[in-house]
Design a protein around this ligand. Structure first.
Ligand SMILES: [Zn+2]
Length: 148
């Protein structure tokens, strides 16, 4: 699977249309009752048969889930690459974006850095990430202390 290829806008439009068709079809089945409306034909008619309309939407849902999982993995890799470090006197910098030879504190790149902000990581999420990592560190320390 090519990790950089996103679902094409045309395919997204098809999925949206198939979900809307399925929504309308289910509404009609509910309104008219399954014995009157649930349609299955031999030979199959994809644009008419209730089961095919619904299964087409579910196929699209599967593609969307795969896309979301891929995007989450990409996001996790970016978060791992743009790791933070906490400064002794307060504040957080991006270890990846801040130059290694920074002599001037003005050279520090605050975390979340512009790369993370570009994927939607704001201060609130940054704070949540920091608090979650601190909690994980505290849990691990408590487990290790209990093991002694
Ligand atoms: Zn960064």
């Amino acid at each position: 699977m090519n990790d950089t290829t996103a679902l094409a806008p045309d395919r997204l439009a098809e999925i949206r249309a198939s979900v809307e068709r399925a929504h309308t079809e289910i509404g009609q089945v509910c309104a008219e009752g399954p014995h009157h409306r649930f349609r299955m034909s031999v030979p199959a008619q994809p644009g008419r048969d209730t089961d095919l309309i619904i299964s087409d939407a579910l196929k699209g849902a599967g593609e969307l889930l795969a896309e979301v999982e891929k995007l989450h993995a990409q996001r996790d890799r970016l978060l791992a690459l743009h790791e933070y470090d906490e400064l002794i006197f307060g504040g957080f910098i991006c270890v990846h974006c801040t130059p290694n030879d920074a002599d001037d504190p003005d050279d520090n790149i605050a975390w979340p850095c512009p790369s993370l902000r570009a994927i939607g990581v704001d201060n609130d999420e940054g704070n949540a990430i920091i608090l979650a990592r601190r909690a994980a560190i505290a849990r691990k320390a408590a487990q290790e202390a209990g093991a002694r």
